[in-house]
Write a protein that binds this ligand. Structure first.
Ligand code: B12
Ligand code: SF4
Length: 380
């Protein structure tokens, strides 16, 4: 069938996008809006912390037309990743680590990008004179406000995109084009007087409605932060070992969310028992997390998180494996193991350090040892 009108082509693309697994499809004008100024304010306040990439290409982020010269439209897309219902009951099992839902399966970049590229190829066929650029997550674009402009949902007070009667458990992606397509009506904010996400956040990272200080967010602290996790957040991290879902779990719109049946997102039946995770050596870590987003933070970042969670577990059975981990080759892990033993053993911890940690230990490790000693001195 020959398709002549733009609206026929758009309807065709929407169908194709759905076949490829994108449940949401909308079109925004490739122009900066109020969010551009807000982004500048956000980085200006240093809310991006160590995420240097957020400071790069500031002009492009604020103006999608600079990302692809002459871009006129952005096709915004969303893909559901919800594989199981989740509530806050994971907190009642502190000996098991919690991994945010988006990271339980294969790395989503590897799942979404090939489908996005397929859709881009279809666009190239339908609009032969047109140039395109496709991104999922890593491009210099503010995906959420663009998706709001394209009508896919609104940026909620927790700063994720939320869709009326559908929720927020989905990934975003977009294709910039230098053709002008008819725009979708922008989505309207339906947060109303609700502020459940602000109240639940364990680290008070949502510093004002719609504003997240990433440096306080558990997702940042367990994934993006490369070095030592600041002491003030360790207890609040609880048993979360990769990302955090709490602000989405409590969002009332997520009670409407439906599970995806996409095979690529189904999670493997694996155990997240913290003591077992602490035992992963380099080889075992690589094997277990091949193709998973968790491989990104490497063994040192992951076992650092596991050590913090064990420190919060109250699990006496963790003392022996943690004591053994005091001789882990990685100083970052050892430093957090020291803290964890301090939490589990209290005033009895310094005697263990005395016996197991050599005097010439790494400065980070010794700093933690001093911290534990100082905190528990009065208990002796
Ligand atoms: C950097 C980043 C992070 C950082 C910072 C998060 C953040 N809020 O920006 C950290 C590491 C903390 C993070 C965490 C998570 N992320 Co992230 N992240 C990104 C990334 C790469 C860039 C986001 C960005 O540009 N931030 C910059 C600031 C300026 O944006 P912002 O917070 O949205 O700020 C806006 C609001 O504050 C608003 N605003 C400010 N003041 C006001 C006032 C009013 C009145 C209003 C209305 C608005 C408003 O304007 C600002 C500009 O738009 C995007 C991908 C992308 N390229 O867009 C994924 C992305 C946002 N992340 C995603 C996911 C899934 C997550 C997590 C859920 C993962 C997890 N479970 O741990 C958490 C959610 C934490 C949270 N509550 O936001 C998805 C979100 C999907 C969705 N439904 O929205 C994205 C889109 C990736 C993807 N392609 O799917 N992430
Ligand atoms: S929890 Fe409430 S305030 Fe937060 S995003 Fe959902 S509806 Fe908005």
């Amino acid at each position: 069938m020959e398709m002549n009108s733009i609206s026929e082509k758009l309807a065709y693309l929407r169908r194709k996008a759905r076949d490829l697994g994108f449940e949401g499809f909308g079109v925004a004008r490739a122009e900066g809006g109020a969010w551009g100024a807000r982004y500048h304010e956000w980085v200006g306040k240093n809310y991006a912390g160590e995420m240097d990439y957020m400071n790069r290409n500031p002009e492009k982020r604020a103006h999608p037309g600079l990302v692809l010269a002459g871009a006129k439209s952005v096709i915004s897309l969303r893909m559901n990743y919800l594989t199981r219902e989740k509530d806050l009951s994971y907190l009642e099992d502190p000996a098991t680590g919690d991994v945010s839902l988006y990271a339980l399966n294969q790395d989503y970049h590897d799942i979404v990008l090939p489908r996005l590229k397929e859709l881009e190829a279809i666009i190239d066929r339908e609009f032969p004179a047109c140039r395109t650029r496709a991104y999922v997550d890593t491009g210099p674009v503010l995906e959420k406000p663009l998706a709001q402009q394209a009508g896919l949902g609104w940026v909620g007070k927790h700063t994720n995109l939320v869709t009326e009667h559908e929720g927020s458990w989905y990934f975003l992606a977009e294709i910039l084009m230098d053709a002008a397509l008819p725009e979708s009506p922008p989505a309207v904010d339906r947060c109303g007087t609700c502020q459940a996400c602000i109240d639940i956040c364990p680290t008070r990272a949502i510093v004002a409605p719609y504003v997240l200080d990433a440096r306080r967010c558990i997702s940042y602290l367990t994934i993006e932060q490369k070095g030592v996790i600041p002491l003030e957040f360790r207890k609040a991290i609880g048993n979360r070992i990769y990302g955090c879902d709490d602000c989405q779990i409590v969002c009332p719109w997520n009670s409407y969310a439906i599970l995806t049946d996409a095979a690529a997102f189904q999670e493997p039946p694996v155990s997240w028992r913290l003591i077992d995770l602490l035992a992963l050596d380099d080889e075992a870590f690589r094997r277990r997390f091949k193709g998973s987003p968790i491989k990104r933070i490497k063994r040192r970042g992951f076992l650092r998180n596991v050590a913090v969670a064990l420190g919060n577990s109250g699990d006496a059975a963790a003392v022996a494996p943690l004591t053994q981990a005091l001789s882990d080759p990685e100083p970052l892990i050892r430093a957090h193991v020291v803290w964890a033993l301090g939490e589990l053993l209290g005033a009895r911890a310094p005697a263990v350090f005395q016996e197991k940690i050599p005097d010439e230990a790494d400065a980070r490790v010794m700093e933690e040892v001093e911290g534990v000693r100082a905190r528990h001195r009065h208990e002796c």
